[in-house]
Design a protein around this ligand. Structure first.
Ligand code: SF4
Length: 466
């Protein structure tokens, strides 16, 4: 996953670029970069795995000058990439997952191409995209070719002499939104970058659409498609609460998820809480609909390490994660607690960082409520961090059914009325050590998002591509 930000202005854009990029820090933990165009492309890339974007880039700001630029926060490859092509130099940032990367690399190599941006021995996906663009006669032809060739998903921004090109992936899995303030234009993955910088959203790119932002305004370079499969998980977890996509606000969706969960529940509890931070809005919705007070048995200690801090080893990561949430015994002891979270990926964090602390401090009962159905498939389009066998639901199926579990149809695992679904949930609940566990259904999640089902990517849950 990456967060992209681009700006075109008649004045120096570096401050806007810096803050606009920083507002995407929740989308990546590994690398960050900025590039501006003055008489040349001026680029800076830093590792943000041990400190935040702001602290790495702030000292460089006085040295950067330019009226157009790109910024990126990335979970994987160093970006932006600069390519020298037959139609001039350009800089590029990307968001997505190239499922057929090996094929694309082989194609480029077979034509005599080579790669320079190896990171830990792995070819940089953004460089692959840049090389494909450079094969064509101009940037628009290059981007059009990339959108057609990539399996998986890629949205991208390209900085050339004439402005910033923005292109959304073929199915629109990841969003790109254009904002305007007077004669300055920005494009962002997240609209939470707009209000404090004074920008108003003016256009969301359609799937496959290419737009050029110039100092004189917007030019459509390729029209988009009406068929869309935008990532539903943006609203559930990955998006920032203050963002909107397709005009639908993340915070409002999360509250509706909590309301739905509460409406189907009959349990009596003393308090509702959310796993900080991503479970909080779901829990607020639950509290609102159930009438059970929202309280904070666990608070997050963020001083010194924010969400974008990723320590270098698994052991230290586990330790830091454990240190982040502090239990408040006075709120916990003797209480029956409903705890909401966005999703269960592996389940270990929820168990170790939340439930064990609540039990330790004397919780009487812990009812876990999850805002989306059990995750059954790793993402193919933008999140590279999960594997199928790591998923708590898959582990539970294996534990309950052994190798025969592989033959259970997905439809049964998504249908709350089937014995297979019930057994899977019971096994996950036991693994977590919870009193009870309920997930929201696909139908209710889609209803909470409020877009037609056929416009959403639901692959994480049903494994269906389109
Ligand atoms: S597979 Fe899941 S995370 Fe990936 S784009 Fe689809 S809904 Fe989003």
């Amino acid at each position: 996953m990456s967060g992209l930000f681009g700006v075109v202005s008649r004045r120096d854009c570096v401050q806007t670029l810096f803050y606009g990029t920083d507002y995407h820090s929740h989308l990546g933990t590994q690398k960050a970069g900025m590039v501006v165009l003055n008489s040349r492309l001026q680029r800076s890339i830093h590792d943000i795995s041990t400190s935040q974007f702001k602290s790495k880039f702030i000292e460089e700001l006085p040295k950067m000058k330019g009226t157009m630029g790109l910024g990126v926060i990335s979970d994987s490859n160093p970006q932006p990439i600069i390519i020298a092509s037959s139609f001039g130099n350009f800089a590029l940032v990307t968001n997505g997952l190239l499922e057929n990367k090996n094929e694309l690399v082989a194609e480029i190599k077979s034509q005599g191409g080579s790669f320079s941006e190896l990171s830990a021995g792995v070819i940089n996906s953004t460089e692959v995209v840049g090389k494909l663009i450079a094969q064509k006669k101009d940037i628009v032809a290059g981007i059009t070719s990339v959108l057609a060739k990539v399996r998986g998903s890629v949205s991208l921004l390209v900085l050339g002499n004439e402005g910033v090109y923005a292109a959304r992936d073929h199915w629109g899995r990841t969003p790109l939104i254009i904002g305007q303030k007077s004669r300055t234009w920005v494009v962002a993955s997240e609209t939470c970058a707009f209000p404090n910088l004074g920008f108003t959203p003016v256009k969301e790119l359609l799937p496959g659409e290419i737009v050029l932002l110039t100092k004189n305004g917007l030019q459509e370079k390729r029209s988009g498609r009406l068929q869309e499969k935008i990532c539903a998980f943006l609203w559930i977890y990955t998006g920032y609460p203050a963002s909107s996509y397709d005009g639908v606000a993340v915070e409002a969706v999360r509250e509706r998820c909590g309301i739905n969960l509460a409406k189907r529940d009959k349990i009596k509890a003393d308090l509702v809480t959310g796993v900080p931070d991503s479970g909080i809005a779901h829990a607020l919705g639950y509290a609102q609909a159930s009438g059970i007070p929202y309280r904070r048995p666990l608070v997050k200690y963020t001083s010194g390490y924010g969400r974008s801090y990723t320590p270098p080893s698994q052991q230290i990561r586990d330790q830091v994660a454990k240190m982040k949430l502090i239990p408040i015994k006075d709120v916990i002891a003797g209480k029956s607690i409903v705890i909401c979270d966005d999703s269960i990926v592996r389940g270990t964090q929820l168990k170790n960082q939340a439930l064990e602390k609540l039990w330790h401090d004397g919780a009487k009962a812990i009812h876990v409520r999850i805002a989306c159905p059990p995750l059954l498939f790793p993402c193919r389009y933008c999140l590279s961090t999960r594997t199928r066998k790591e998923l708590a639901a898959r582990r539970a199926i294996k534990k309950a059914y052994g190798s025969a579990g592989k033959k259970i149809p997905v439809a049964k695992l998504l249908d709350e009325t089937t014995p297979e679904y019930q057994k899977m949930i019971k096994t996950i609940c036991q693994e977590l050590g919870a009193t009870s566990l309920r997930y929201q259904s696909i139908k209710e999640m889609v209803k909470a998002i409020g877009l037609p089902r056929n416009r959403l990517c639901l692959f994480c849950w049903n494994g269906q591509e389109a």
